[in-house]
Design a protein around this ligand. Structure first.
Ligand SMILES: [Zn+2]
Length: 516
């Protein structure tokens, strides 16, 4: 090893004139080592110095102190007779950019920090690292450098993501083979997706959800590419179709299991609130339905009632008659176990809660004690039976889980529904078959299944599948799925949250595409 030269502390091509230091800071005065400079306009070599001036720059910290560079820069005369330029300032391309206040090597570090952490956290860390950079500067650097490039993909996944839930959506494109996000689009318009896809003609497979918009875009931009419907979405759509079928049959179900009227006494406080909300909603439903029966068009109903168009349509289609909001309770996964404990005589709410916690339940004690209180009241009111009609979601679950997992009361309920609402049992079996076809990749069975489903309560779902049949077939047969894209969207959500409100699309894109 040899002694460190002061010139090695500064970028190559410079001579150190002086180094001064105090407790916090190192100040290095430098000048360019070459005697000449190329004219930026004509390219000829200039040697005649016009004047000198000082530039101040921040550099990478030295030994824990912030480093400041004082650059004695020159202006040159251009003596070439053909050149328009008489005087120019010397340039240090790639080392110190024009007008820059940081050296290029510090800018690289700052850029990496901003990509990895996002503006505000990076600004905080930069202070600790002795080169204070403001949040705005960090964001500006990311924006100026843009997103990292990407290798041309051949298998892409496309899906939408929420800028702001229920308000604003963007589109994410992901290279499924390389497992990385390659682009974010500011909206989820088919036209935007189409324009992006058209610039990547080498793409041969597009995995997408079943929304329809991306399907159209892909077909127009890349008619030869194979479209693959997302398997996860297919499974999810199938479950939802069944839940819808249950929701539409709720009145019939209540009639069959003899709980057509709900006794508010049996409900806990939260449910009572829901029940009151339900009564209000039923009144709304009734008034909207009667307006419609009088022959008022949707627009007129919207104007007269003040409800949104979407809601009115939902009500007219009979999609809003379910009593309880179909949101699963935290207790739901444990209900079969709880029922078994209950039947075995273990009925102490506190003891049950303790045992549940050991099984991974995270909810608070009240949830369990309310459940047990409800059970006690229910048993008093009606020996053996649970005192209310379960929600559509609960019924959908009861109908789809294995018989061995049902309690005695639940088995009775299921048997009653299967007997009384036969169409629902059929729909349940059809959904199970469909999911089986996807899982087993049993493509040849699809057509027969579609024929049967078209005549069942799942006709609408089957119709949707027929409309998108090529992509569904590809989803069953092909190895590609949009699961990757889902993962990338999770990552995006994380980055977005770190950026607080400042996540403009270019910043978000630079960060998401930059992280590997
Ligand atoms: Zn010149």
């Amino acid at each position: 090893m040899r002694a460190l030269q002061a010139s090695e502390l500064v970028p190559a091509g410079f001579v150190v004139e002086n180094v001064a230091t105090d407790a916090e800071r190192v100040l290095v005065t430098i000048r360019a080592s070459s005697a000449s400079c190329t004219c930026p306009l004509c390219g000829s070599m200039a040697r005649r110095v016009h004047s000198r001036y000082l530039r101040r720059l921040v550099d990478l910290p030295v030994g824990g102190r912030s480093a400041e560079i004082q650059l004695r820069a020159r202006r040159f005369f251009c003596d070439a007779s053909c050149c328009q330029r008489r005087v120019f300032a010397e340039r240090f391309v790639g080392v110190i950019e024009r007008y820059a206040r940081r050296t290029a090597r510090l800018d690289d570090v700052v850029h990496c920090l901003a990509i990895a952490l996002g503006g505000r956290p990076a600004a905080t860390l930069s202070k600790r690292l002795n080169f204070r950079v403001s949040n705005d500067t960090l964001l500006r650097i990311v924006r100026r450098r843009g997103a990292a490039g990407f290798a041309p993909p051949t298998v892409v996944g496309i899906d939408d993501w929420a800028w702001k839930r229920n308000q604003r959506y963007g589109t994410l494109l992901c290279d499924i083979e390389r497992r990385r996000t390659i682009a974010l689009l500011p909206d989820r318009e088919p036209a935007s997706a189409q324009a992006w896809l058209a610039r990547q003609p080498q793409i041969s497979v597009i995995a997408r959800d079943r929304g329809g918009g991306y399907a159209v875009a892909a077909k127009r931009a890349l008619p030869h590419a194979i479209q693959v419907a997302d398997r996860w979405h297919l499974m999810e759509n199938a479950s939802r179709a069944f839940l819808d079928a249950v929701g539409k049959s709720m009145r019939q179900i209540r009639k069959t299991i003899g709980a057509g009227r709900i006794d508010p006494k049996l409900l806990t406080y939260a449910e009572r609130l829901q029940y009151e909300g339900f009564q209000r909603r039923e009144e709304t439903n009734a008034s909207i339905l009667s307006l419609s029966q009088e022959g008022a068009p949707i627009r007129e109903i919207v104007r007269r009632t003040g409800y949104s168009r979407g809601l009115v349509r939902k009500i007219l289609r009979g999609q809003r008659s379910d009593v309880f909001r179909t949101r699963p309770s935290s207790l739901e996964p444990y209900l079969p176990w709880l029922d078994a404990q209950w039947d075995a005589g273990r009925r102490n709410g506190l003891a049950l809660w303790r045992a549940l916690r050991e099984r991974g339940f995270c909810g608070c004690r009240i949830v369990v004690s309310e459940w047990s209180a409800r059970r006690k009241r229910a048993e008093k009111a009606e020996a053996g039976a649970i005192g209310r009609a379960p929600s559509a979601r609960t019924i959908a679950r009861l109908l789809t889980i294995g018989r061995d997992q049902l309690s005695k009361a639940q088995t009775i309920t299921v048997a009653a529904i299967e007997g009384g609402v036969a169409a629902l049992a059929e729909a349940r079996d059809l959904i199970a078959e469909f999911q089986g076809i996807i899982r087993r990749k049993a493509l040849p069975e699809l057509d027969a299944w579609l024929d049967r489903a078209a005549l069942s309560g799942l006709a609408a779902f089957a119709k949707g599948i027929v409309k998108d049949k090529d992509a569904v077939q590809a989803a069953i047969a092909s190895a590609w799925s949009n699961g990757q894209t889902e993962g990338q969207i999770c990552k995006l959500k994380l980055v977005k949250r770190q950026m607080y409100g400042r996540g403009k699309i270019d910043l978000l894109q630079a960060r998401v595409v930059g992280i590997h």
